[in-house]
Design a protein around this ligand. Structure first.
Ligand SMILES: [Zn+2]
Length: 742
């Protein structure tokens, strides 16, 4: 009763020689196939899937028309209310579009993770739509997309992206549960590549179990573009009613508490909002949390950006209308292919290079062609948020170059806890609790308290008020960093030694410049835990970026030794955390503390996945950081040191950032950015010998923020290192945070 693998495969050459004839044969075969189904009264949801192979060799599954409950009553706000929707029958690609398929059309493969059967990724919506047109033309079908306006002609017979409703209907395959196989994420590993099992990469399609309708990778591997524009309130704002209600657009919205399933006005084949800058993304990706792999989960990203590639977690699959039951559908194959000029090739054809790949060349050097500017505002890491953040456009607006409308955006996060004041150093020690008190009072709008160390001992930060920047920040609570994460950088023996030294309640750890007190250990593990909390909040989309006002600082801390006021290397541990917990690989660290971050450099000296950039005073403590220190082995060229002589000013720093940091960072294409934000290069610092102003730190902040926005959707966590002149420190932190909040 079910015909699997009906082969209609033809070579592209043959197709072009007699396109119309073969297209007719194709249509006939489809009709035969469908009439066979019809005799069996249609494919039941649990039946084996009807699969064909198209002329161009792509397997497609017949998705029977029907109705289903779209969205989730318990899901994120943009998934509610759940509502009844009907869709007509359609064919859907059995797998995500793979790279060897894409290349058939002489199109450059933009994918980051290469492999013939790996899903195509780093493709923006427009290019996915254009591929649909190319595939339609190759099979003699009428393209669905106008290549000027990108409007979709749903009556055309060619390939297109699925509507959001079609996608969810196909993903659910008759289920009402969170996933196509049930409610428990414990079974997700059998069905999807996602953060818990992907090892940070895509995988060849079809290796996991298909859903009940024979579709593979719907819950993972790469997220998939839908045809619809995205609006967070699309479900809720469209109005609800009953299927029988005679309503038109603009009619009053009936109350929802009718006891019946809410129904969108556009309950049959909904096609999404008419306007909007972003397109819907559906399905989990290789770096998604289980939560974001659910059938109802919605995400979005800007659709058109000719200068950019999309995120390497975004791909797509095609659909095509299937004949509807009843009178024979009109023939949709085009009869005059010659009239349809290919007016525009895929926009992803690079302007300067044949292919754009990220990361590194085969010899391990950063790939200059990799300079990315993907403007993906939301990507697929962790349980990312549901808001349509426009964070990636902010720097354009700040520079006067942006025209995009502003949208609500997540706030900047701030990590702080009074526990950090319990790390008590010796009297007169520059790394004192008052540093944080000065910062917090400044943020709260009390600059008077920042004069000097001579003031009374630091007390707990006053309760949150409405003054200053504080009310515009999202306060993030640090946690105790588990030993597991401390030991990604430090030896267990050292961690234990640090703990016992603090327990004694005095003295120092390893070096006289690292005095410790009874509260130092808890402060230190919560300093690390603050960075982890910031990473979590950024990865989940709860904040756009974050600043960690923590102490003790970290960038001098070695694998097995405290030094330079540092106990645990907060940033280095944060890097390992974001890599291992969220499946990211390439991380950039920008260290502008006046001292060289010898501990951080040592941690990643042979690691090509961490680009460490340090600008620092030289000669100066700790004596490392010569320009010749560039990394070792596979890590060669992934350490960049820019030593500057004492007295360097804003312009010197900015020059290093523009000339050295920015090109290297864009070539590296980081997936996450950390700043080791020491402010001891400030002109009034009590230790450093540089002449950087608070405004200068603002400019440096903007350069780094822009890199993060261009390469990784703005994912940036900034972590306090040094900075010992209280007024300069507080002023610099304020400017720094203002840029993060811009
Ligand atoms: Zn320093």
């Amino acid at each position: 009763m079910v015909r699997k693998g009906v082969s209609l495969q033809e070579s592209a050459v043959a197709m072009r020689s007699s396109r119309g004839k073969r297209a007719g044969l194709y249509a006939l075969a489809v009709l035969v196939l469908l009439s066979g189904c019809k005799r069996d009264e249609g494919p039941a949801p649990s039946a084996a899937p009807v699969v064909i192979t198209t002329k161009s060799g792509v397997e497609m599954v017949l998705i029977p028309g029907g109705s289903f409950e779209m969205g989730s009553a318990k899901g994120a706000p943009d998934e509610t209310p759940a509502h009844q929707v009907s869709v007509g029958p359609f064919w859907m690609d059995r797998y995500e579009v793979v790279q060897e398929e894409f290349r058939k059309y002489q199109l450059p493969d933009p994918s980051h993770f290469k492999g013939p059967r790996h899903p195509l990724e780093q493709i923006n919506w427009t290019d996915a739509a254009l591929y649909c047109n190319e595939r339609s033309l190759a099979e003699g079908l009428e393209p669905c997309y106008d290549d000027q306006t990108w409007a979709c002609n749903f009556d055309a017979g060619g390939y297109r992206l699925p509507t959001e409703a079609e996608w969810e209907y196909a993903c659910r395959a008759g289920t009402k549960t969170a996933y196509g196989f049930g409610d428990s994420p414990s079974r997700l590993k059998a069905h999807a590549w996602y953060a818990d099992n992907s090892s940070g990469t895509t995988h060849p399609v079809g290796e996991k179990k298909p859903n009940a309708w024979g579709l593979y990778d719907m819950h993972g591997n790469v997220a998939e573009w839908c045809n619809d524009r995205y609006a967070e309130d699309y479900y809720s704002s469209m109005g609800v009613g009953t299927p029988s209600a005679k309503q038109g657009v603009g009619d009053p919205v009936p109350p929802m508490n009718t006891g019946k399933m809410p129904v969108l006005r556009e309950a049959q084949d909904p096609k999404g909002p008419v306007e909007g800058q972003e397109r819907v993304l559906r399905g989990g990706a290789w770096n998604s949390s289980a939560e974001s792999c659910r059938s109802a989960y919605r995400a979005s990203s800007p659709s058109i950006d000719d200068t950019c590639l999309a995120d390497d977690a975004i791909g797509f699959r095609c659909v095509r209308n299937a004949p509807r039951p009843g009178p024979e559908s009109p023939k949709r194959e085009i009869s005059h292919v010659g009239h349809l000029m290919r007016r525009r090739r895929l926009a992803l054809v690079p302007r300067a290079s044949a292919r754009i790949t990220r990361g590194q060349n085969e010899d391990g050097t950063p790939n200059a062609d990799a300079a990315c500017s993907d403007a993906v505002r939301r990507s697929f890491q962790g349980s990312y948020g549901h808001t349509t953040s426009a964070a990636g456009l902010d720097y354009l607006a700040a520079d006067g170059g942006g025209t995009m409308e502003s949208k609500p955006k997540a706030k900047t996060g701030l990590v702080y806890d009074d526990i950090y004041l319990q790390h008590k150093t010796t009297p007169g020690h520059p790394e004192a609790p008052q540093r944080l008190t000065a910062i917090m009072q400044r943020l709260k709008g009390s600059p008077a308290a920042t004069r000097s160390l001579a003031q009374p001992a630091a007390t707990a930060w006053p309760a949150a008020g409405t003054g200053g920047l504080y009310s515009g920040l999202t306060l993030l609570e640090p946690r105790v960093a588990p030993l597991k994460w401390l030991c990604t950088i430090h030896t267990p023996a050292y961690v234990e030694r640090a703990r016992s030294a603090c327990e004694k309640g005095g003295g120092y750890l390893d070096s006289p410049d690292v005095p410790v007190s009874a509260g130092s250990y808890e402060a230190a593990v919560k300093a690390v835990g603050g960075v982890l909390a910031a990473v979590d909040a950024v990865m989940r989309g709860e904040v756009r970026n974050a600043f960690c006002a923590i102490r003790p600082p970290g960038h001098h801390a070695m694998e097995d030794r405290a030094m330079g006021f540092c106990i645990f290397n907060n940033v280095a541990i944060g890097v390992r955390y974001v890599q291992q917990e969220y499946g990211l690989s390439r991380v950039l660290i920008v260290d502008w503390d006046v001292h060289h971050g010898n501990g951080t450099q040592a941690a990643f000296y042979e690691d090509p996945n961490v680009l460490y950039f340090s600008v620092h005073q030289c000669p100066f403590y700790p004596g490392t950081g010569a320009e010749a220190e560039k990394g070792r082995g596979k890590g060669l060229k992934y350490t960049i040191n820019v030593p500057l002589p004492g007295g360097a000013k804003d312009a010197d720093y900015l020059n290093a950032f523009e000339q050295e940091l920015r090109p290297a960072a864009l070539a590296f294409a980081p997936q996450f950015v950390f700043i080791s934000a020491g402010f001891d290069a400030h002109e009034h610092d009590t230790l450093g010998g540089m002449r950087v102003t608070a405004a200068g730190f603002g400019k440096l902040s903007r350069v780094v923020k822009r890199i993060a926005e261009e390469c990784c959707a703005g994912r940036l966590v900034s972590v306090l290192e040094g900075g010992y002149g209280l007024e300069g420190l507080a002023a610099s932190v304020e400017v720094h945070i203002r840029v993060l909040m811009d």
